[in-house]
Structure formats: structure tokens, C-alpha cells
Design a protein around this ligand. Structure first.
Ligand SMILES: Cc1cc2nc3c(=O)[nH]c(=O)nc-3n(C[C@H](O)[C@H](O)[C@H](O)COP(=O)(O)OP(=O)(O)OC[C@H]3O[C@@H](n4cnc5c(N)ncnc54)[C@H](O)[C@@H]3O)c2cc1C
Length: 336
């Protein structure tokens, strides 16, 4: 490690920006004054709440008798960012290495990060967009084939085909119908799993709905130019001139990396003790990914919050053994 990168050594690096990671980021930077970084594989924060159920109400988070998942994420993000932790989006943490002087190096698919402690809050594992497993389609990834919409304006005046039958497919079709020159929604079943109101709006819109159709082949030279779909009942095929194919097929989870790191696991979860310590020095885990021995495993948001607080207080004490594990009260600190 060079001298200049030594300046980039963080006190704590949180892996995963679901509810547990976001709360840990607030706790570390706001409550414990730690130099904090949070790394998230996706281009947005919130974990399962953002990806799997943004419009579902949650009724069991303390202080919120009823709150939409996306609104809870907004509040958590506001709280997490209040003490300016470094936020890295779109980087998937793949490897860990232990350097001298208790420095931990985390390698992502794009960068290298240095830290004194690491807190793993990766939930069920990395949420990876599900693919079609069709090489003719995958050939155009980033050149007309997309799994996430990061900027809806990139589809202005384009011929867009969206594939999927859930909320995200229908919502994006509705969102893009006034931006793109044409939107075609392709779904392999006759019924949609999306919200009833959105489905009604879909059928009253100019969006061309192709059911029960599936993608057969994508064509183009440098970039995507056309897509052939087929009716999975009749076999009938149709070819459309398409600039952008947006696949909204849900997410797969991958938690396989941690075994390679030498972490002790219980099934697919990281074994931790009551202090949220893993078997690796300076490495903690909290939230859905953590399996506390001598306790119960509850995959709940509030459990992740409490575990995040414990892990951060332990990490603080690990870096500076003279510091108290008890953080004091937030009212004394006036944290926001
Ligand atoms: C449909 C549904 C409804 C639910 N309803 C409730 C409810 O009402 N109340 C309740 O308490 N709980 C509920 N839960 C459970 C709750 O969502 C989880 O307990 C919670 O999301 C766990 O938070 P987390 O931060 O630990 O993990 P996640 O929310 O899974 O977030 C983990 C984050 O880490 C990222 N990540 C993973 N691997 C990497 C990596 N290697 N590098 C970088 N980033 C990575 C992921 O992309 C993700 O953003 C529900 C779950 C589902 C599926």
C-alpha cells in the first residue's frame, strides 16, 4: 500500500446499503465519529425494501405504525447521510485481504478500499438481476440491453421493449410510455403480477402488450437493432425494430463469496457471536446475513438495526480499546 492510499484508510467500511447497512452508516459516523464508508453493489440504496417491495407497507418498525418500504428507505438514507459517510454505489465487494498493521483491503469489481474494520450487511447476498440466458441478448448488454433503468431519459424517442410481468416491468412501461417513441411490454404469461391499478392503466395506455410471448433472438451489429419474440402457445413469431431491451425479470441472490473469505458459516449465513464478531479479526456482520450463535436468527429490519449498533460499538472499541463500548445517548450528542 502506498503512503497516499494510507490516507484512504477508513475506520469502518460497511458492505451493503440495505436498512442494516444504512443504519450502521449513521451509527458509525453520527454516534461514534468514525471515518465511515458504505459500499453497495446496486446503483441504489435500500436493499430488499427498494428492490423487492418498495410499495409494501411495513408495520413492525419501532416508531412507525405503518410506513411504505420506500419511505422508510428515504428516512434511513437521510439519517445515514447526515454525517457525510463516503457512499460508493455500483461496486460489488468480491475479496478481502488482511495487510500488515491490521489494515483490511476490500476488492470490488472496480476498485480497492482500505479499512480498519469491515461490517458485512449484505442481507440475503448480492441481488443480481436475473438474466434470460440467451447469448444473442447478452451480447448486447450495455449496448441496447439493460437490467436496470438508471436514467429514464436515455430512452427518449427510442423503440423500447420491456420484458417481465411484475411491478417493475409494468411501472417502467408506464413511466417510459411518454418518453420513448414506442413501448412494447412482453410477458410470458397472460396475467401480470403487478399492482391491479397499474395493470388497468397499462391496458388503457398506448403500450403494446404482447402476452404470452417470450424473447427468441436479438439482432444487431454494434448495438441492438431488432428483437424477435414468439407466442409460447401458438409458436407465432414477430420481429420488432428495437433500440432498447429492458429486462425486468427479478433478482437472484448470491452469498457464495464469504466461504472463500474464510468466514465460518452456518448454511449460507455468517456465524457471529453476541458482539456481532465473525471469526476474522476486525470483521463483523449484522442483519439478514448474520447468524448469531446462542441467540435466534430473525430476519427483521429492527433486529438488523440493533445488530448494526452492537457491531459498530464493538468495531469502535476494536480500533481504540480505550473507547467505551457504550456510545452515550444521542440526545447528548445532538446527532442531526
Ligand atoms: C417481501 C418481503 C417483505 C418483508 N417485510 C418485512 C416487514 O414487514 N418487516 C420486517 O422487519 N422485515 C421484512 N422483511 C425482511 C427485511 O426486508 C429484511 O430483514 C431486511 O431487508 C434485511 O436488511 P439487510 O440490510 O440486512 O439486507 P438487504 O435488505 O438484503 O440489503 C443487503 C444489501 O447488500 C447489498 N450487497 C450484497 N452483497 C454485496 C456485496 N458483495 N457488495 C456490495 N453490496 C452487496 C445488496 O445489493 C443489498 O442492497 C421482508 C422481506 C421481504 C422479501
Amino acid at each position: 500500500m502506498t503512503d497516499s492510499s494510507l490516507q484512504d484508510v477508513y475506520d469502518i467500511t460497511i458492505i451493503g446499503a440495505g436498512p442494516t447497512g444504512l443504519y450502521a452508516a449513521f451509527y458509525a459516523s453520527g454516534m461514534r465519529g468514525m471515518k465511515t464508508k458504505i459500499i453497495e453493489a446496486l446503483d441504489k440504496v435500500g436493499g430488499q425494501l427498494t428492490i423487492l417491495y418498495p410499495d409494501k407497507y411495513i408495520y413492525d418498525v419501532a416508531g412507525f405504525p405503518k410506513i411504505l418500504a420506500k419511505d422508510l428507505v428515504r428516512q434511513l438514507e437521510y439519517q445515514a447521510l447526515s454525517h457525510n459517510p463516503t457512499v460508493v454505489l455500483g461496486e460489488y465487494v468480491k475479496e478481502i485481504e488482511f495487510l500488515k498493521d491490521k489494515i483490511i483491503m476490500l476488492k470490488t469489481d472496480k476498485n480497492v478500499h482500505y479499512t480498519k474494520t469491515a461490517l458485512i450487511c449484505t442481507g440475503r447476498g448480492a441481488l443480481k438481476p436475473r438474466k434470460l440466458n440467451n447469448p444473442s441478448v447478452e451480447r448486447f448488454e450495455g449496448r441496447g440491453v439493460y437490467y436496470q433503468v438508471t436514467d429514464k431519459w436515455q430512452f427518449r424517442d427510442k423503440q423500447v421493449m420491456i420484458v417481465g410481468g411484475g411491478d417493475s416491468a409494468v411501472d417502467w412501461a408506464l413511466e417510459l410510455k411518454d418518453i420513448a417513441s414506442q413501448v412494447i411490454l412482453v410477458h410470458r404469461r397472460e396475467g401480470f403480477r403487478a399492482h391491479e391499478r397499474s395493470v388497468a392503466e397499462l391496458f388503457n395506455s398506448p403500450i403494446k402488450v404482447m402476452i404470452p410471448y417470450e424473447v427468441k433472438e436479438a439482432y444487431g451489429s454494434d448495438k441492438l437493432e431488432s428483437v424477435k419474440i414468439f407466442n409460447n402457445k401458438t409458436g407465432e413469431e414477430e420481429l420488432f425494430k428495437i433500440d432498447s431491451l429492458i429486462l425486468q425479470l427479478g433478482y437472484e441472490v448470491d452469498s457464495s463469496i464469504f466461504r472463500r473469505w474464510g468466514l465460518e458459516m452456518i448454511d449460507n449465513f455468517i456465524k457471529v457471536n453476541g458482539r456481532m464478531e465473525t471469526n476474522l479479526p476486525g470483521v463483523y456482520a449484522a442483519g439478514d446475513i448474520a447468524y448469531p450463535i446462542d441467540s435466534v436468527k430473525l430476519n427483521l429490519i429492527v433486529v438488523g438495526f440493533a445488530q448494526a449498533a452492537i457491531a459498530v460499538n464493538m468495531a469502535k472499541n476494536y480500533i481504540d480499546p480505550s473507547s467505551s463500548i457504550f456510545p452515550g445517548h444521542s440526545s447528548e450528542k445532538r446527532v442531526i
